[in-house]
Design a protein around this ligand. Structure first.
Ligand code: HEM
Length: 457
């Protein structure tokens, strides 16, 4: 009897596993959005918001959102970029920056000449351009989209490392106006920027932060290699926050698309359901910010010098005798807040020029479509009360975020950093002939945040 039961058990296991193996497994992206993606595919011909979101997922995201980035399976000609960044990373950061321009310049020149040397020795520019041109012509087989995303991050961070050549950022570096990048760092850049439909010589939140995570969720190009645990963990928590936030954002983009469609098809009950889902998920998403932007997770004492500085830019190019200067990264690049503002029918925070410089075109298109289909201003008194209530809840969450952001960021920006001029990564050097001191420079930023908070109604 026991023998028979064992035999029967084994038979069930074998048949079961054969059956399971034959069943096609759904294509699962890492955020478990399979059903939402299937639904978007059925909706794509019905509404432009659905087709744009799907395009963002399929193309920019390489079949995922936040975007998938591969940092290992690149053609041979591209691999030295990653090796060089990683080899030189331990030389970039210094524990205590000097206040002497000559000392700093010496160190920076050494870093830059070493990077130039390695790039010249190991990279064949013609081969790199051949690959980039082939992809631009549509041959994605040689560099699939996830690998393309990883390469975008790599070239971007190499450019940032060369731009500063020392971390913490120092005055002599901030005072540079134009940087002559090694040809190896310039050659692939226009291809990458054209692919994503952005124009800046600097990077952006997508390239530098989102694409800097591999498929195992590890950050690949770190800044403060070999520094203290406090510095390294503050860096890690800070950048991971932007990635985690975008993980929680994707289901909300989907709910926004659904809410818009239901409203336009006069299915108010379902529209309310989708708005409830947005409000519920938004609370969870914002917890990423509330729980991480705290002194215990990201230290005030190290953030400005060791985490923020690298992501600044502040240099440009002379065009017809005029300096066209670019900025580095800011939270204002984050897709989620732009999409939510658009969904709520608010005016954009970023200017048209900055959108084109820093925000990939498919992200811009999503925001434009959400804004065009925003139904908030179409709500009729009384008949749409439930919808109005849900929208109000969403706006309230956003207001609380903006108030918290405004209060929490200032202590980070007010930290002493005598080796540099007052600078934010997103707005470059702020001290100048019209500002007398750090406090005054920061007041301008505080005012920007206060204005946005006031606009959030
Ligand atoms: C210590 C960390 C941070 C500092 C010092 C900081 C500082 C600032 C400053 C000064 C601005 C206004 C200037 C500009 O547009 O660049 C700004 C804007 C913005 N930041 Fe941050 N930020 C920090 C972290 C974050 C994080 C973690 C997020 C989101 C997760 C975020 C989201 C935003 C957004 C969305 C804007 C645009 C204004 C708005 O929509 O309200 N920031 N930030």
């Amino acid at each position: 009897m026991i023998f028979f039961l064992c035999f029967l058990g084994a038979l069930i296991i074998v048949l079961g596993s054969l059956f399971l193996r034959r069943r096609p497994r759904p294509v699962e992206d890492k955020t478990g959005n399979v059903l939402k993606i299937q639904d978007l595919r059925t909706l794509k011909d019905r509404h432009e918001t659905a087709s744009i979101l799907l395009e963002l997922f399929d193309k920019d995201g390489a079949g995922a959102w936040p975007p998938k980035a591969n940092h290992d399976s690149w053609p041979l000609a591209l691999r030295p970029y990653k090796d060089i960044y990683l080899e030189l990373a331990p030389l970039l950061t210094t524990t205590e920056p000097s206040l002497d321009d000559n000392v700093n310049n010496k160190r920076r020149n050494k870093y830059r000449s070493l990077m130039r040397k390695l790039l010249t020795e190991r990279i064949n520019i013609a081969q790199v351009e051949e690959i980039m041109a082939a992809v631009e012509a549509g041959n994605w087989d040689i560099l699939p989209r996830d690998a393309y995303n990883g390469f975008y991050a790599c070239v971007a961070v190499c450019r940032y490392a060369y731009r500063w050549a020392i971390i913490p950022v120092v005055k002599v570096a901030q005072l540079e106006k134009v940087v002559d990048f090694p040809q190896e760092l310039d050659a692939p850049w226009p291809y990458l920027q054209r692919n994503f439909g952005v124009t800046a010589e600097s990077g952006n939140n997508t390239a530098n932060v989102l694409h800097n995570f591999n498929e195992r969720g590890e950050r690949v190009y770190k800044i403060n290699v070999g520094m203290s645990y406090l510095i390294r963990s503050s860096e890690e928590v800070f950048f991971r926050m932007f990635y985690d936030l975008e993980v929680l954002a994707f289901p909300i983009y989907y709910e926004m698309v659904r809410a818009v469609i239901c409203f336009e098809e006069n299915d108010k009950v379902s529209c309310v359901n989708h708005l409830e889902n947005i409000a519920f998920r938004l609370r969870h998403l914002l917890r990423v910010f509330y729980e991480n932007l705290t002194e215990s997770r990201i230290s005030h004492s190290v953030w400005l010098r060791y985490v923020q500085g690298f992501q600044g830019w502040g240099v440009g190019r002379m065009v017809d005798g005029e300096l066209i200067k670019y900025d580095g990264l800011s939270g204002n690049h984050v897709l989620f807040f732009q999409a939510l503002d658009a969904f709520l029918g608010m005016d954009r925070y970023l200017t048209d020029e900055n959108m084109i410089r820093y925000i990939p075109i498919n992200q811009r298109e999503l925001c434009i479509a959400l804004n065009e289909h925003s139904f908030r201003n179409k709500l009729k008194e009384h008949s749409d009360m439930k919808i109005e209530d849900e929208v109000r809840k969403i706006v309230n969450h956003l207001k609380v975020f903006r108030a918290a952001h405004k209060a929490r960021v200032m202590p980070y920006l007010e930290q002493p950093a005598p080796e540099r001029l007052t600078m934010t990564a997103g707005k470059s050097v702020l001290e100048g002939p019209t500002t007398k001191d750090t406090k005054e420079a920061l007041k301008v930023l505080d005012q920007m945040l206060a204005t946005r908070l006031k606009e959030t109604v």
